[in-house]
Ligand binder design. Structure first.
Ligand code: MGD
Ligand code: MGD
Ligand code: SF4
Ligand code: MO
Length: 581
């Protein structure tokens, strides 16, 4: 009989909410009395129904676990370490997932840097504030007004929704999202119009004399220079260009006046070359509103989930960017918890480059574009079948993720690393050592949970973390340029976690564009094409099309260039056209 206990653990997925869960009666449930309020999202509710890879494979043929390990050792030992690349994605957010990096780094392989996700925004935040400290969601709960700026909480942070009840909600998003439909004000601006909008909002604050000079002199003394910068934005031409009205700007400023306000940003604002500047301009508006360092006010972004925690793993290595990786420079590429053939930008470039690699190793849970082309496929274990521990970017809790079930399927990151370190004579501590190491950065809070030390609930109370403690404003920006092509919006879908689980397969567009539902159309950008079936979505502007992250072929359309700052992917920079089939 399968012996099962009621065990507490955490959802492993790369998601704002980092839910605490319980495994009971063969089911995954939410822990009550926590921020989950007893519910999980559809991805976790259906998690156990997903098909996973059960058998290792080499060149398409099933092999035993012993054969797998020997093959892996053979591949690594016959590749020069400087021709070996370790590429890790965000399939699992457990801190122990990085143990594999310890081996590859100690061995002398190349690792990655750069970011497919939030790096541009993070860079912008650090430029302005000197650090990236997130406002905790318990503070958001105390706000009167919440501005949801480029985030889609009904899809990507469902546990934020209960906190939004009975508050004034303002949404800034080119899509009429579910939260936009429920909001007090929705500014449905053109994609990429955020930087201009943030500068205009700051400018009108000064024009209306709605600023607190005492606060600004203390925390942001360069605000007059910043005001001058905002004056370079031509009002009439800009509002027409970005699809916003003066009435909307006025209403927003009226709604936030003298109110505790949180600005909850998502990654939607920064999938552009100028992504860092956009975030910095939004932060600047928050400074002009005096939102930092006060209860129930501030800016929420992804935050740094590892803030305050030192890594116990070796990770000083040569690195190449994961945005435009030249896979062909390597003979062996070890891919863990990632599906680069779908999720990296410019899929055709990725495919061409990776096809030249002699040994492609995929270490993951699910079959996908990357497992399909891999020479060696290593099945991973799910979070229920291995020991781990995780932190979050939206709350300060560290959650233990002990092994709950036994299985012969797959291998844990620790055990794989144990094997490799033993074979290649690299020092590795016991698994418990590392888990205990992470716990050293916590204290037990009043609820009995572990909280990461030194993470303030209200950051920047005593000023910013810049050299002089003052906010550093943006000093220049790139002007918004509009053209007649369509904007590609590529955000997250409800039932997938990027390319995991139930992936979407349509292109969504406004019915006024004149295409039929279920008609196949080809969309092209300067780097590639994809053919998809049409679904109507009149919540979109008529100058935008939407293809969700995880949809096969979406990244045929996206550029592998980096953001100007922050080494981030820029999934929405290139405009697209529909070409008739
Ligand atoms: N269900 C589900 N949840 C997820 C994920 C998933 O794949 N599925 N992925 C997880 C991951 S990895 C991440 S990083 C987070 C991201 O979660 P979010 O931050 O919510 O990111 P997105 O869904 O990419 O985009 C959010 C919103 O930005 C809007 N947007 C697009 N372009 C612009 C623009 O130019 N300006 C403005 N103002 N808004 C714009 C989109 O219309 C969308 O409503 O979600 C996590 N949670
Ligand atoms: N067009 C477009 N592209 C995007 C985005 C977008 O919005 N639009 N979003 C970008 C963003 S924000 C992100 S974060 C990236 C995400 O891109 P990836 O990091 O590639 O994430 P996933 O697509 O979720 O693939 C995760 C992989 O991890 C594996 N996995 C899951 N759990 C485990 C485990 O415990 N161990 C191991 N070894 N493997 C595991 C799964 O089987 C799967 O293969 O995509 C980016 N790409
Ligand atoms: S909301 Fe996020 S953290 Fe919570 S169960 Fe769903 S995917 Fe996991
Ligand atoms: Mo992400």
């Amino acid at each position: 009989m399968n012996y099962e206990m009621n065990k507490f653990t955490a959802c492993p997925l790369d998601c704002y909410d980092s839910c605490e869960i319980i495994y009971k009666d063969s089911k995954i449930k939410a822990v009550k009395n926590r921020h989950t309020k007893g519910f999980l999202c559809s991805k976790l509710n259906k998690y156990l129904d997903n098909e996973i890879i059960t058998k290792p494979r080499y060149l398409g043929k099933e092999i035993s676990k012993e054969e797998l390990l020997l093959k892996l050792k053979e591949i690594i030992s016959t590749t020069l370490n400087n021709r070996t690349l370790y590429y890790k994605g965000s399939g699992n957010f457990g801190l122990m997932q990085e143990i594999t990096e310890h081996f590859f780094s100690s061995y002398g392989a190349t690792l990655t840097d750069g970011n497919l996700c939030d790096g541009a925004g993070e860079f912008g935040i650090i430029e302005g504030r000197g650090s990236n400290k997130n406002l905790s969601i318990s503070e958001v709960e105390k706000s009167d007004v919440i501005i949801v700026w480029g985030r889609n909480p009904h899809t990507t942070s469902t546990h934020l929704l209960p906190l939004l009840k009975n508050k004034t909600i303002i949404v800034i998003d080119p899509v009429k999202t579910e939260i936009a439909k429920k909001s007090d004000l929705h500014i449905q601006l053109k994609p990429q119009g955020d930087l201009s909008l943030a500068l205009l909002l700051s400018r009108f604050l000064v024009i209306n004399d709605d600023i607190d000079e005492e606060y600004l002199n203390k925390f942001a003394s360069e605000y007059k220079d910043f005001y001058e910068l905002t004056q370079t934005v031509r009002i009439k031409a800009t509002i027409d260009d970005i699809g916003v009205s003066l009435g909307e700007i006025g209403k927003l400023l009226e709604l936030v006046k003298n109110k505790k306000t949180s600005i909850v940003c998502g990654v939607g604002i920064q999938k552009y070359k100028s992504g860092a500047e956009v975030m910095r301009a939004i932060d600047a508006f928050a400074v002009m509103l005096c939102l930092f360092g006060k209860e129930g006010s501030g800016v929420v972004y992804l935050g740094d989930s590892k803030d305050g925690i030192e890594s116990p793993f070796h990770n000083k290595s040569k690195r190449v960017s994961k945005v435009d990786t030249l896979f062909s420079n390597f003979d062996t590429v070890f891919i863990q918890g990632a599906n680069p053939l779908s999720q990296m930008p410019n899929s055709l470039r990725v495919k061409k480059s990776i096809e030249k690699v002699k040994n492609i190793i995929y270490f993951g849970l699910h079959e996908n574009e990357t497992s399909e082309i891999a020479d060696l496929v290593i099945p991973a274990k799910t979070f229920l079948h291995k020991n781990d521990i995780r932190t979050s970017y939206s709350h300060t809790i560290m959650i233990d993720m002990p092994k709950i079930l036994d299985t012969d399927i797959g291998i844990s990151e620790y055990n794989l690393t144990r094997y490799l370190c033993d074979e290649f004579d690299i020092k590795l501590e016991k698994e418990e050592f590392y888990i205990e190491h992470f716990k050293k950065f916590t204290f037990t809070n009043e609820n009995g949970s572990l909280s990461v030390k030194n993470r303030e609930e209200i950051p920047y109370k005593n000023g910013f973390d810049t050299d002089d403690g003052k906010f550093e404003f943006l000093e220049e920006y790139d002007k918004f340029i509009s053209d007649n092509k369509l904007y590609l919006i590529t955000s997250k879908s409800k039932n997938s976690l990027n390319s995991q689980f139930k992936r979407d397969k349509y292109v969504y567009l406004n019915s006024s564009l004149g295409y039929e539902e279920d008609e196949e159309i080809t969309i092209s950008s300067s780097v590639g094409k994809v053919t998809l079936k049409v679904k109507y979505n009149n919540d979109l502007r008529d100058d935008c099309i939407l293809i969700y992250s995880g949809t096969k072929g979406v990244n045929n359309l996206t550029s592998s260039q980096h953001s100007f700052d922050g080494k981030n992917a820029i999934y929405q920079e290139l405009r697209v056209e529909i070409i008739n089939n």
